[in-house]
Design a protein around this ligand. Structure first.
Ligand SMILES: Cc1cc2nc3c(=O)[nH]c(=O)nc-3n(C[C@H](O)[C@H](O)[C@H](O)COP(=O)(O)OP(=O)(O)OC[C@H]3O[C@@H](n4cnc5c(N)ncnc54)[C@H](O)[C@@H]3O)c2cc1C
Length: 740
């Protein structure tokens, strides 16, 4: 696709507008900045500009005015995780990656914070410049991105279980010996002891691959007929009961030797397989104490007791228990001095960088016993590490049920508006914008700096329970999960996900939990969830760990890669009835390799906030669900998109509460779904858009209307799909545009 570069005259004008670098589309560095996570989008931009900072505000104002004057459309890029591609959809990409300041402060004596009005940004006069070499070149930025996308520190044990060839390698292997035996190499690993309290010596047998999936482009015909056969066969197989015993798997399992302080094989009842494999003790579905039934667990929970001892009260008491983030000469008990802190960060910072910073810069604590070096505080971010725009669009993650979405913890934001004005917005300044920015902020201006609340998180009790996906038993597991987490305390984050492939590997059902507190309090939920006996548990690595490690756990299991084709669809649902669970599993069995379907328990503190444009109806949803599909660039298979659409728009429709959280709005999103994310707040939102951006300068966002207020085809404000992907794919979404 040929793109007309800026004329020399315009290029010079743009260079004069910006203190940071400008890369025209024919410059070698252009691609480094104009690429995003999703490979299925192709930019048509003429240039990228990289403002150096926020406080030199005339900088961004001039860029915005330059675009307005020359009828060029700007788009704004932070982390580049938005799969619709809006970040690179404009004529001029404003890449914020050089706005990288970050700081943490305890509350002032009156509980307030230092306003952004009084904080000079890094690189501006009056403040020492940050190390710009950190992000000074596109290459450097690319390397940093690649580093940030290494997720295996979440759990080496899980990494070993999941490890195997990449999709591309599998394809190559498959074409040379498609019927070859599964790999059977064993690897011995030293677990990163900083990740969990109890390090485990793990041996992985990578031959756990069972029913292998084929890459969708291959043997498509035979597979689809086989699939439809399977589907009709299995409809009668789907069990309604919540615990089903199934035939033991005929394949070997990973070998895990637990440390002496973890109840494990020695104490477990010997299983029929234990003589064949040291991993046989995992036949016993839980590695821990025998579980009470879920009903007992729920009844035993006392929300008031929880409030005083952990997380929700004015002070947080925790026992260090040897967790990686505390000094561990002996058990220590500490109390958080501050119920929350304030973190200031530039819009170029990514979630993982901010978490790493706050984990390192702990705040002082009061020690009741023992000693330590403070408590780390964390901003509630997404469950999968992404860029800073979640502060404007939602941000559902491990802390959301306890403290609200990312937008709910924003206390102040600096924004360059479409008319070039620079404003600092908070609950007292520009109240209409304050309401609109939290949920729809990307369509109202360019945010340059954020100030958000962070909360003490000394340790979490978190990890994965991994099972093989079996069409006959997966419904029972999902229903069991649903019943266990019903009425759970806000401290509990939990999801269940189905993930297909990779090729040659078994598809999995993974239950992830993150109890924001120590083992003693989280154990009862683990016991309840792990009491399911319908399949053997391939791995249970739930343990105390630092929150920093936990932040990578969803990404690790998702095995998401930048540069593949991505398609994400999400919804908020009011309940999860049995028939929807049954249909979901049957449909999932037909999805191609690389598809992950996720149910996350929502609610809790998310429903407490009523003063943002995200309506209460959305906030009260029981689950947030997502189809996260990824596949290689050279594959052109309709099912990669259609299966997500059919699940979300079809199967789940009876329980929809509106659209998804705005952060999950994706590619080719019908205007009605976008509006549904804001429900009854939509009209007010549209009025505020008219006030602040009447010409729709910031159109490269989810905003589904033109400046006349008419609905537009989503593809008119998205970058196109690369031409080589195939015409068929380009046309597919039409089919769904009018359906919702
Ligand atoms: C694999 C994966 C997992 C995900 N998991 C989660 C999850 O667990 N929870 C969740 O809530 N979301 C999740 N998301 C969705 C994600 O949070 C959103 O896509 C988010 O917008 C990405 O932020 P970013 O800054 O990286 O995006 P970008 O692509 O850089 O930007 C997204 C949008 O925001 C605009 N924008 C960016 N920065 C600014 C700014 N400073 N001012 C104005 N506009 C701006 C862009 O123009 C674009 O319209 C996930 C996405 C992916 C791909």
């Amino acid at each position: 696709m040929a793109v007309e570069p800026l004329s020399n005259e315009l290029h010079l004008e743009l260079v004069e507008s910006c203190r940071g670098p400008v890369y025209p589309c024919d410059n070698n560095s252009f691609r480094d900045y104009a690429t995003i996570f999703n490979g299925n989008v192709q930019t048509k931009a003429k240039a990228v500009v990289c403002p150096l900072d926020a406080q030199d505000v005339s900088n961004l104002t001039r860029i915005v005015m330059f675009c307005a004057k020359h009828n060029l459309s700007p788009s704004v890029k932070a982390g580049g995780y938005g799969t619709a591609g809006w970040a690179i959809g404009g004529d001029i990409i404003v890449d914020l990656s050089k706005i990288i300041e970050v700081d943490i402060e305890p509350p002032l004596p009156d509980g307030s914070y230092t306003s952004l009005h009084d904080v000079a940004s890094a690189n501006s006069k009056g403040k020492t410049a940050v190390d710009l070499s950190r992000a000074s070149t596109g290459k450097r930025r690319r390397e940093e991105d690649a580093n940030l996308r290494r997720y295996d520190q979440a759990s080496q044990a899980v990494a070993s279980l999941l490890s195997g060839p990449t999709l591309a390698e599998l394809e190559r292997t498959d074409s040379s010996s498609s019927d070859g035996p599964p790999p059977a190499n064993r690897r011995k690993l030293d677990i990163d002891s900083s990740a969990t309290t109890n390090s485990m010596d793990v041996t992985i047998d990578s031959s756990i691959a069972l029913a292998s999936r084929t890459i969708s482009s291959e043997s498509e015909q035979s597979q689809s007929s086989e699939n439809s056969e399977n589907t009709s066969r299995s409809r009668s197989n789907v069990s309604e009961s919540s615990t089903i015993a199934t035939t033991p798997s005929p394949v070997p399992f990973p070998n895990v030797r637990l440390p002496p302080n973890v109840p494990g094989p020695a104490k477990s009842r010997p299983s029929p397989l234990s003589s064949e494999t040291p991993f046989g003790f995992l036949d016993n579905p839980t590695n821990f104490t025998p579980p009470p039934p879920p009903s007992v667990v729920q009844a035993a929970y006392n929300p008031h007791a929880m409030m005083h001892s952990w997380g929700s009260g004015s002070a947080t008491i925790f026992g260090a228990h040897g967790a990686s983030n505390a000094q561990t000469d002996g058990p220590s008990q500490a109390e958080a001095i501050y119920p929350h802190a304030y973190v200031t960060f530039g819009a170029g910072m990514r979630q993982k960088e901010i978490d790493t910073f706050t984990a390192k810069h702990k705040l002082e604590a009061r020690y009741i016993t023992g000693q330590g070096d403070g408590i780390p505080y964390h901003v509630p971010f997404a469950a999968h590490p992404v860029g800073s725009s979640i502060m404007l669009l939602g941000g559902f993650g491990f802390l959301s049920r306890l403290h609200g979405l990312s937008i709910d913890n924003l206390v102040e934001v600096e924004v360059v508006l479409a008319d070039g004005r620079i404003v600092i917005v908070n609950e007292n300044e520009h109240p209409d914008l304050w309401w609109a920015l939290r949920g729809a902020g990307t369509t109202f201006g360019i945010a340059t700096r954020y100030k958000a609340k962070a909360f003490p998180v000394p340790v979490v009790f978190a990890g994965n329970l991994i099972y093989r996906f079996n069409k006959a038993t997966a419904p029972s597991l999902i229903k069991h999960f649903r019943d266990c987490v019903k009425g759970a305390p806000r401290e509990l984050y939990a999801n269940v996900l189905l993930t297909a492939g990779p090729q040659g590997k078994d598809s999995l059902v993974v239950v992830q939990m993150c109890y924001v507190g120590p083992r003693e309090k989280g154990q009862e939920y683990l016991s309840a969830i792990s009491s399911w006996t319908g399949e053997r548990c391939l791995m249970n690595e739930v343990d105390e760990k630092s929150f920093l490690h936990q932040q990578d756990s969803v990404a690790q299991v998702l095995r998401g890669k930048a540069g593949r084709q991505w398609f994400i669809r999400s919804a908020l649902i009011s309940s999860l009835p049995d028939d929807i669970v049954n249909d979901t599993v049957l449909q999932f069995a037909d999805t191609p390799v690389g598809c992950t379907w996720l149910f996350e328990l929502a609610g809790g503190a998310v429903a407490d906030y009523t003063d943002t444009c995200l309506p209460k109806s959305q906030r009260e949803a029981a689950f947030t669900i997502a189809a996260l599909h990824q596949w290689e660039m050279d594959i052109d298979d309709d099912r990669c998109v259609d299966s997500a659409e059919e699940w979300i728009a079809g199967t789940l429709k009876p329980v929809h509460v509106g659209g998804p959280y705005p952060s999950f709005l994706g590619r080719h999103e019908p205007p009605e779904r976008v509006q549904a994310s804001f429900g009854s707040n939509w009209d007010r939102l549209a009025e505020i858009k008219q006030m602040y951006d009447p010409k729709n300068l910031l159109k490269n966002t989810f905003w589904p209307l033109n400046s006349e207020g008419e609905k537009v085809d989503p593809r008119s404000h998205e970058p196109p799909t690369p031409e080589f992907i195939g015409e068929k794919f380009h046309d597919r979404p039409d089919k769904f545009l009018d359906e919702d």
